[in-house]
Design a protein around this ligand. Structure first.
Ligand code: MN
Length: 291
């Protein structure tokens, strides 16, 4: 699958604690083969799968098994370590959505892994529909707890609709335009682009162009921590990432057995699943933190 990665990028690594944003589709599964991501590890982050079209089957080493459907939050918390697989379902014709990651703050990043599901109500008026999956917006609050102040919502606007939203001035925000052309506080944002708004704003004004607009609005208080991201891991030091990688390779059997006294980090997986994805080689230079 071809993905449009708008976060991290050279100019920006984080929006609040949001540290990764991949946007994909719409893709016809018969042409691109769908999503097929066998078991792989994560540390120190949460993943959000948000679909516009299609279904994805999720399975993880914390024992959760879920079908991800459009308009529903599926939040996997890796904490100290988890492994999971993601496959588009056989009945999926078109796959279209986004994968987002949230960096866990230092106080939460070693927590036990878990998984949460929430279907936000559709709110709004005649010409706008909002689904608030994390945080609070337009009077709708997600019951899913976050580890830093955070916002995540899908917004759909009818052509020429105008929406004024009260936003938290302590948050920075990002707007990923999926379809249509949007004016954000007077600036034009094209499809597949990510707009960034620094802290300090109290009202966000969205105006749709001549076509319907669908966007994802993310936000949060600046994380204020230096993080390291490499492959599927978020950590705080080069050595920590090297150790996560080593443990994963040992646990899936592609490197020498580890110290039997060290408990597995990435959990057990049911037998009969496709082979796990081995980690790529580490770069020859030291990994550097992002801010
Ligand atoms: Mn993953």
């Amino acid at each position: 699958m071809q993905v449009r990665r708008t976060l991290p990028q050279r100019e920006r690594s984080l929006i609040g604690a949001w540290c990764f944003l991949d946007h994909y589709g719409p893709d016809r599964v018969s042409e691109i083969g769908g999503m097929s991501v066998p078991r792989h590890p994560h540390t120190g982050l949460q993943t959000v799968s948000w679909l516009f079209t299609g279904h994805i089957e999720h399975r993880d080493s914390a024992g959760f098994h879920a079908v991800v459907r459009p308009g529903e939050l599926n939040l996997m918390t890796a904490g100290r370590g988890i492994s999971h697989s993601e496959f588009s379902t056989p009945d999926t014709d078109v796959l279209h959505g986004a994968q987002l990651w949230v960096a866990l703050p230092d106080g939460a990043r070693r927590m036990e892994p878990t998984f949460e599901h929430y279907r936000p109500p559709a709110i709004g008026g005649d010409d706008s529909t909002l689904r608030v999956f994390l945080g609070t917006l337009a009077g709708s609050t997600s019951p899913v707890a976050t580890h830093t102040p955070l916002l995540g919502a899908e917004i759909v606007l009818e052509p020429r609709a105008r929406l004024d939203l009260d936003i938290d001035a302590s948050f920075e925000h990002g707007l990923l335009v999926d379809t249509g052309t949007l004016q954000v506080d007077g600036t034009l944002v094209s499809p597949a682009h990510l707009a960034y708004l620094p802290v300090g704003g109290t009202v966000l004004t969205l105006v749709a162009g001549s076509e319907p607009v669908r966007l994802l609005l993310i936000g949060g208080e600046p994380l204020g921590e230096k993080i390291l991201m490499w492959w599927n891991f978020v950590g705080r030091s080069h050595e920590e990432i090297v150790e996560y990688r080593r443990q994963w390779q040992v646990e899936i059997g592609v490197e020498n057995p580890g110290d039997p006294g060290i408990p597995p980090r990435f959990g057990a997986f049911p037998p009969g699943e496709p082979a796990s994805i081995p980690a790529p080689m580490l770069p020859t230079v030291r990994l550097r933190p992002r801010q």
